[in-house]
Design a protein around this ligand. Structure first.
Ligand code: ARG
Length: 267
């Protein structure tokens, strides 16, 4: 259940380096529009009674707005990420300091040589966690994570194979305990079969919706906040009882992220 999220206001958000195929330094972020889009997300979440905690953005860390990548905060433990790219590595210290100052969570770290990008690559619902490797998280990290969070009885491992969908949260999401959504072409066929064993309802989305970052949504009860969705996906969501709320994130997509990337669950 989404009741408390950590977010970072885009005071210094821009695209000043390229670490995924969506990022082009020539494709400038409109800072004013980015701030408006972020505020719309916050407003919608607050209207749904979600409590938003804030971390201040460091002026040298443009991607810090994507707090999902800080780590995994669950059951009073904060497992900090080991960012793959140098450009984002200082975010780790920022995140750890925030948790130490503002929460009673135990901070846990992985051995430095193992890459891990938090809720970008690890998503869970009830007893099941899905972890992806391929681009940002190393396979070896996964064994450690299992020991850190034995609370999850079932771990599903998947490999990402499409560079445009370099984090799990760009191509897979839990909408609720019974429903998941994913983009088949981001995974090997046999591996994607595992998703059918997790929940009753599985929504496969099209390339068009995947490129709208529809999987990068935040769902609160039956409301689903997302950048955009085709009519076909909207109909499917409605048929499972979900009501889309559109929050455009064009500016954040220039950095390869949308709504789910902007939040880190704190409960
Ligand atoms: N520019 C960021 C990066 O490449 C975007 C991160 C998006 N976050 C996410 N959870 N998918 O690291």
């Amino acid at each position: 259940m989404t009741t408390n999220l950590l977010m970072c206001k885009p005071d210094f958000f821009k695209v000043s380096y390229e670490i995924n195929p969506w990022m082009h330094v020539y494709n400038k972020v409109n800072e004013k529009v980015a701030l408006e889009q972020w505020e719309t997300v916050v407003q919608n979440l607050e209207n749904l009674n979600v409590k938003i905690d804030l971390i201040e953005q460091d002026k040298n860390l443009p991607d810090e707005v994507f707090t999902a990548n800080f780590g995994v905060a669950f059951n009073k433990k904060f497992l900090a990420s080991n960012f793959k790219y140098e450009e984002r590595q200082p975010e780790k210290t920022e995140a750890i300091e925030w948790f130490q100052k503002n929460t009673d969570y135990d901070v846990v770290e992985l051995p430095e040589k193992f890459e891990f990008e938090g809720k970008g690559d690890m998503l869970y619902s009830k007893n099941t966690a899905v972890i992806a490797n391929g681009y940002r998280t190393s396979d070896e990290a996964i064994n450690h994570i299992k020991n850190i969070f034995p609370e999850f009885k079932k771990y599903v491992r998947v490999k990402l194979i499409n560079p445009n969908f370099y984090h799990l949260d760009t191509c897979f999401s839990f909408l609720n305990e019974k429903t998941i959504m994913f983009y088949p072409e981001a995974f090997e066929k046999e591996q994607a079969q595992q998703f059918y064993e997790i929940t009753e309802n599985v929504i496969e989305i099209s390339k068009e919706d995947a490129e709208y970052f529809a999987c990068n949504n935040v769902t609160v009860k039956n409301k689903i906040l997302l950048n955009k969705a085709s009519q076909d996906l909207q109909d499917k969501l409605n048929s499972y009882g979900f009501e889309p709320i559109f929050c455009p994130t064009s500016e954040f997509m220039k950095a390869g992220g949308s709504i789910r990337c902007m939040v880190l669950d704190l409960d």
